[in-house]
Design a protein around this ligand. Structure first.
Ligand code: C2E
Ligand code: MG
Ligand code: MG
Length: 731
């Protein structure tokens, strides 16, 4: 502030005229006060404007009236009390102000003005004994408003930064710290000592030490500081888990980058939430295993990895594991227990897998497995292990039970390349296991689909054959081992198709059984065979005819009535009809089968068990049924007499038949050695190519006539050498 230095040249009582002129010339408000009266003797226009009173009104006014702040009043009072002389006044050199401070004036219209006010003594150079004080006032109200506004702004900004959820840091161009907010300090866990000491280098080092990858972090910082104009967003992972999103922008001032602003946002919670969502959408909540969606993803990825050509190609296996009769667990033990069992099974299955293999729960009681780098053998071995562990008894909450599972396997790339295709094949293989009796494993058969189509075509052709009369029956003689006489005939179905040629029963019977068409075929065979037997009967030949009966046919509600009616219509004595049943008929629904067998028995028909030994019949079982005859399956006859096992089985069957009082016929006898063994072991009858294959009715009749002639002919060497009378006929 410029201080006025007025020289009093001549000193009138009212005040020096030159001093008045000087006051008027000053750029700021000023007035001259005569001492010791403290009366204003001169004032300028600026003072009149500031105080809102004309100059004329100001002159003559007491000094305390013009500037009446407590400080001013106190000064004038002190001045009056002490006497102006005592305050001293240098006669030489610049005059120092006696009072110089900021204060507030009540100005024109009662407005408060922020001012800088100074009071200086005007030296009495002429030594007139009179003195003056010069009051000068600079209005700082506009500046003061700007300052106040700036302060308010800064305060607001600080409050804003402090309340920001992000950690904020400002650095200069060289990376030196300029400022940061508390959130920044908290996020980085800056220790109090560093903050108190404002140890910037320590803070930078602390940050460097806190990150997960210090090398990459430092490299990134260098890049950013080397490019002051670069704006960037990236992530910083800290030791111990937190992950920050870091946004940095250049800090501009005067059109030039002055440094950088860094904003850190803690992503940990968001990432954790994302992870939770991802987990929920990909995990089966019951077992904690990945779900079907994830399983599809694995298979798709594996298929893609194996899809390329060259060295890296690797096959893999997809398995579907389905628990057998799991519903029973839920029904009998409750759903809570069912849940526990599923978790338990999941753990057992996991235990069978290598680290690279993957297990998922893909349905209610269904698990999916991906075996990497597995071929058919490896997959089957793993599946067998799984069957085994699942079948271990379970003891949960006091209940002990045993579970089994059915497993289907599809191999990539042999069985398919897409996740969908492989899953479909594995599932179909699993269904096939279920159909075949469960608790087993099966590999997808690439042929299965082809088979299904050819089955459909065959089924269609069979239906055509029946209505077009292309089926016929052939009769295979059954011969007494004692004397070689024909004691019966087995009716065997023959089919020559115009396109397919001669179709063997082993090929079309299973298809007919599957489609149910066997019922219609069986009905035709029964009627046809009974008619033939009746015809022979009318000609005086008492030849029992054996008819093969399928399980499905046997279980038809009207089966017994049907047999009775066919016999009645043909007027065939029932004892000349033999029904060949399979063991499966007796095992399946035994009580119903037993009732039906008794009805047939009462009717007078004979019954035998075909292919005996291949099923599950036990001795105790057979005792209950009115069965007159066992037919030893061809497979046991084949190895006779050399194969010990076959020989043992045949002997056992023969002994058993004695105990049960049943007759026995051996099927598929082809050699003299087989026949001799059977004779030796006491078997009564045989059937096989050694004597004759299945013959058309005419040929059969000729053999029959021949057999009767032999019987009625000249005396034979006896029952001991029947072989001489049996001619080997091969069809
Ligand atoms: P199956 O009832 O065990 O019939 C005996 C099968 O053994 C017949 O085959 C017969 O030709 C064959 N065979 C007889 N002697 C010998 C021999 O010495 N060596 C060999 N290797 N085989 C011999 P086929 O006629 O091909 O019949 C096969 C099966 O088809 C039958 O086995 C039977 O289960 C079924 N089948 C045949 N006709 C009918 C029928 O009318 N109804 C039903 N439901 N099934 C039938
Ligand atoms: Mg048979
Ligand atoms: Mg048989």
């Amino acid at each position: 502030m410029a201080h006025a230095h007025a020289s009093i040249v001549d000193a009138p009582a009212a005040g020096p005229a030159s001093a008045s002129a000087l006051v008027c010339a000053l750029p700021h408000a000023a007035w001259l006060v005569a001492l010791p009266q403290a009366v204003v003797v001169a004032a300028n226009e600026a003072a009149a404007r500031l105080l809102g009173r004309p100059v004329g009104e100001l002159v003559g006014a007491p000094a305390q009236q013009l500037a009446a702040s407590p400080e001013d009043l106190a000064w004038w009072a002190a001045m009056a009390g002490s006497g102006w002389r005592s305050s001293g006044c240098p006669t030489e050199g610049p005059v120092a102000p006696l009072l110089d401070s900021d204060t507030v004036f009540a100005a024109a219209a009662g407005q408060a003005r922020h001012v800088r006010r100074s009071i200086s003594l005007v030296p009495d150079e002429a030594d007139t004994g009179r003195a003056w004080a010069l009051v000068m006032v600079i209005d700082r109200t506009p500046e003061q408003a700007v300052d106040a506004e700036r302060e308010a702004r800064v305060a607001e900004l600080e409050a804003t930064l402090e309340s920001a959820a992000d950690g904020l840091l400002v650095t200069d161009l060289a990376g030196g710290l300029r400022s940061f907010n508390r959130r920044f300090a908290a996020m980085w866990g800056l220790p109090d000592e560093l903050l108190r000491a404002r140890d910037d280098a320590g803070i930078v080092a602390w940050m460097q030490r806190s990150v997960l990858e210090p090398g990459a972090y430092a490299q990134r910082l260098r890049t950013l500081f080397d490019s002051p104009l670069l704006a960037a967003t990236d992530r910083v992972a800290l030791l111990g888990g937190p992950v920050f999103e870091r946004v940095t922008r250049p800090l501009w001032r005067d059109g030039r980058p002055q440094g950088r602003v860094w904003a850190y946002r803690d992503l940990s919670e968001r990432l954790a939430a994302e992870e939770r969502i991802e987990t929920l959408s990909s995990t089966d909540p019951l077992t904690g295993l990945p779900n079907r969606r994830v399983m599809s993803g694995w298979v798709e990825a594996a298929a893609q990895a194996s899809g390329g050509s060259g060295e890296g190609r690797q096959g893999f296996a997809v398995m579907v594991v389905d628990l057998d009769h799991f519903r029973q667990i839920n029904v009998s033990l409750g759903h809570a227990m069912g849940d526990r069992v599923l978790r338990h099974v999941g753990e057992r299955l996991q235990g069978c897998l290598r680290d690279d293999d993957r297990l998922a729960r893909i349905g209610g009681d269904q698990f999916g497995v991906l075996l990497t780098g597995a071929d058919a053998r490896a997959a089957e071995a793993t599946a067998r292990r799984m069957l085994n562990v699942v079948a271990q008894p379970c003891a949960l909450e006091g209940a002990t039970f045993t579970l089994t599972c059915s497993i289907g396997i599809a191999l990539a790339p042999a069985h398919g390349r897409s996740a969908d295709e492989l899953a479909r094949h594995a599932e179909a293989a699993m269904r096939a296991v279920k159909q075949a009796g469960r608790a087993n494993v099966r590999l997808h058969q690439a042929r299965a689909e082809v088979d299904r189509r050819s089955h459909m075509m065959l089924d269609h052709a069979m239906r055509q054959a029946l209505v077009s009369g292309r089926f016929r029956l052939a009769y295979q003689p059954q011969v007494s081992l004692a004397d070689g006489r024909i004691v019966g005939a087995e009716a065997l179905l023959r089919w020559r198709d115009p396109e397919l040629g001669e179709v063997p029963p082993a090929r079309f019977i299973p298809v007919a059984e599957e489609s149910g068409f066997i019922v219609a075929i069986g009905d035709w065979v029964l009627a046809q065979a009974v008619r033939q037997a009746a015809l022979w009967h009318q000609r005086g030949w008492q030849v029992p005819v054996a008819v093969n009966v399928s399980a499905l046919q046997f279980h038809q509600a009207q089966f017994v009535e049907r047999v009775a009616s066919v016999l009645a219509v043909a007027a065939l004595p029932p004892r000349l009809l033999e029904l060949e049943l399979t063991e499966s008929i007796l095992v399946h629904d035994a009580d119903e089968a037993l009732a039906r067998l008794h009805e047939l028995h009462r009717l007078g028909a004979r019954m035998s068990i075909d292919d005996f030994g291949t099923g599950y019949s036990s001795l105790a079982y057979l005792k209950r049924f009115p069965i007159g005859k066992l037919k030893i399956d061809r497979s046991f006859v084949q190895g006779l007499p050399g194969d010990e096992t076959d020989a043992g089985i045949v002997r056992a069957i023969l002994q058993m038949s004695l105990a049960l009082d049943m007759r026995v016929i051996a099927e598929g006898v082809e050699t003299e050695q087989q026949r001799e063994f059977l004779v030796r072991e006491g078997c009564a009858e045989m059937q096989g190519y050694l004597y004759a294959p299945a013959l058309d009715p005419l040929s059969f009749e000729q053999r029959l006539a021949q057999s009767r002639v032999d019987e009625a002919g000249p005396a034979q060497p006896g029952a001991g050498a029947p072989g001489q009378r049996i001619r080997l006929v091969r069809g």
